[in-house]
Write a protein that binds this ligand. Sequence first.
Ligand code: ZN
Length: 174
Amino acid sequence: MKSNLLFFFILSVLLTACGGDSANDAASSSASAEESGSAATGSSAAGEVAELRIEGNDLMQFNLKQMEVTAGQRVRLTLVHTGQMPAETMGHNWVLLAQGTDMADFGTKAAAARDNGYIPPSEEGKVIAHTEIVGGGEQTTIEFDAPPAGDYTFICSFPGHYALMNGTFTVKPG
Ligand code: ZN
């Protein structure tokens, strides 16, 4: 019952957002829908877009060690480089590795793949999703479908970064 109501509420927000002239109204409605959603269910539902943001800095650190979405969700992930150093010396990307991938082995091969954004062509089958490399003050956004439920590893594959810049991407059952 509750979730039916929520569904119709979200649907009406979406219809408003599609047909409305006022971007501000749509944005604030959408924000309150998100709040209601988390209050009612405790988490995002499958079918919604999961908006994620992660930051990298000049100290070779991500600001998150854990990220979480729900199976079946579309994921819109933005990587923001909050530092000032250029991509040539402190570049960051965000790479989601398939389960069972050896992070150190992948990182070593990635270091030799500068011309391919540090994504080694021989290992592309082990990459679920990845951003481009960004430097200080830049950001990039990607979209992908959440993989099946489970824990995955994400890294920055810029040479030497994965040992510090890694974390767990959890996909909860939908
Ligand atoms: Zn990095």
